[in-house]
Write a protein that binds this ligand. Structure first.
Ligand code: ADP
Ligand code: MG
Length: 443
């Protein structure tokens, strides 16, 4: 048993990186694998929360070798600390909802309900549309197409429609699917000659929730199947809800008729939350998870975390885990110390190094590759982006900038800035991405 877990931990370490491994996976112990079930010992409930939110399926996957003939493993957690009664009650409520959903064949996150969703200026419109749709599925806006950046609450919002409809309409067939899952199903059906079954499954729904539809770019067979599915559902006045990280017009390589299907109902965007909304979201989350959070820490987080709501929640859980491990109450100093890798202090000017690091992370490449004198194509653009952003955001000189990204001279930096400026203006998606990076890095 010990060996299996050690091997699994090695894989996890590689997958999630040293930092998260030490924080979240190292303290976890494997108790047993039995009857298709994995039992893990964890120090407190925040570990379960964090692991499930950030790496769902990972533990089951790395323990697959321990399963009997490739069966799907279920992961259960055993919490070593004494659980407070309120937390227990909450868990029971969630379990009840989970069971109800499962009995109707709906796989939705039971936590993603309207009650847990904070409404602010940034998501007001999308929220109102979602409420209307859940009260009157098939009759209000069809399809409802929600788009916005990552971690801004799209999955939560469309799942809330699903959860609400399950509660309100006892006989409704509700189905949540990511476009990746849908693609896999189409591929599988085609390969095994089961397209009729697939059609029967999807065309008998009362509500379909399709998450992250942008992944169907370039996939012709999937687009074809999706188009016919949506058409059939639409004509039968069944509700369609779609999410995407960009509006329909920016989804590339999608057939015209599918795009126009996306465009036929209501399109609602979700924007990054304003400060007040961020504060309200942290308060809500702290309340739901019963994490004692002083107001000053709430405001500190809301001000410091620029990127998205998922990161905001991640910080909260990290603080809660630390606090319950050490027994120390959460305060500003703890927040500053524990979150120092995410939070940038105002008085520290942004360095070229930090910019390069953020760009490397964004593109999923190594900082060292960006700095090496190599000339590979997949490094060229990130490198230019880094030079451009460093020029925009830091006071560094051209030669300082050039030095950090692989010893380029100042002419190369100027050229890079020109290239990126042009690309920013001519390519909308690219422009949006640069905008996002700028916002994230801006002090
Ligand atoms: P997306 O699908 O847009 O990437 P998610 O729906 O997964 O984002 O949201 C990320 C996390 O932030 C989830 O845990 C979600 O519950 C939370 N969240 C997002 N928006 C809100 C909000 N308005 N109020 C409360 N929690 C939110
Ligand atoms: Mg999502």
């Amino acid at each position: 048993m010990k060996e299996i877990w050690e091997k699994a931990q090695e894989i996890i370490r590689e997958r999630v990186g040293e930092h998260f491994y030490e924080l979240w996976f190292h303290p976890v112990e494997l108790v047993q694998v039995k009857d298709g079930q994995v039992l893990l010992d964890i120090p407190n409930r925040f570990f379960k929360e964090w692991i499930e939110d950030n790496y769902p399926g990972l533990v089951a996957e790395v323990l697959k070798p321990a399963a009997q003939d490739g069966e799907e493993l279920k992961v259960k957690y055993r919490i070593s600390e004494k659980q407070d009664p309120a937390a227990k009650k909450m868990d029971t409520l969630l379990e009840t909802r989970k069971t109800r959903l499962a009995s109707r064949g709906v796989y939705l996150n039971p936590k993603y309900i309207f009650k847990n969703l904070v409404v602010g200026q940034s998501n007001q419109f999308a929220h109102a549309a979602a409420i209307a749709v859940s009260e009157n599925p098939g009759r209000a806006y069809n399809p409802l197409f929600v788009y916005g950046g990552t971690g801004l609450g799209k999955t939560h919002l469309i799942s809330a429609i699903g959860n609400e409809v399950v509660d309100r309409f006892r006989n409704f067939h509700v189905f949540y699917v990511t476009s990746e899952q849908f693609t896999n199903e189409v591929v599988h059906a085609v390969r095994h000659g089961k397209t009729e079954e697939l059609k029967a499954k999807y065309r008998n729904l009362d509500l379909i929730l399709i998450d992250d539809v942008q992944f169907i770019e370039n996939k012709t067979a999937t687009q074809e199947e999706l188009f016919h599915t949506l058409n059939t559902l639409y004509e039968a006045q069944k509700q369609i809800v779609i999410s995407s990280d960009r509006p329909p017009r920016e989804i590339r390589n999608v057939t015209d008729r599918l795009r126009s299907r996306f465009n036929m109902g209501l399109i609602a965007d979700v924007q990054p939350p304003e400060l007040e909304t961020k504060i309200a979201i942290i308060q809500k989350k702290a309340e739901v998870e019963r994490i004692p959070m002083p107001q000053e820490v709430i405001e500190f987080l809301a001000r410091k975390i620029k990127s998205n709501i998922r990161d905001l929640e991640g910080c909260l859980i990290r603080l809660a885990a630390h606090s319950s491990l050490t027994g120390a109450p959460i305060d500003r100093d703890m927040a500053r110390e524990i979150l120092k890798d995410i939070i940038s202090e105002d008085d520290k000017p942004l360095t070229v190094e930090a910019v390069a690091k953020a760009v490397a992370e964004h593109y999923g490449i190594k900082l060292s590759d960006m700095r090496a004198r190599k000339r590979t194509k997949d490094i060229a653009i990130p490198r230019q982006v880094a030079m451009y952003l460093a020029r925009e955001l830091t006071g560094a000189s051209l030669s300082e900038i050039g030095k950090i990204v692989g010893g380029k001279d100042h002419a190369t930096v100027i050229y890079a800035c020109k290239q990126i400026t042009e690309k920013r203006n001519s390519d909308e998606n690219f422009g949006r991405m640069i905008e996002g990076l700028l916002n994230r890095l801006k002090p």
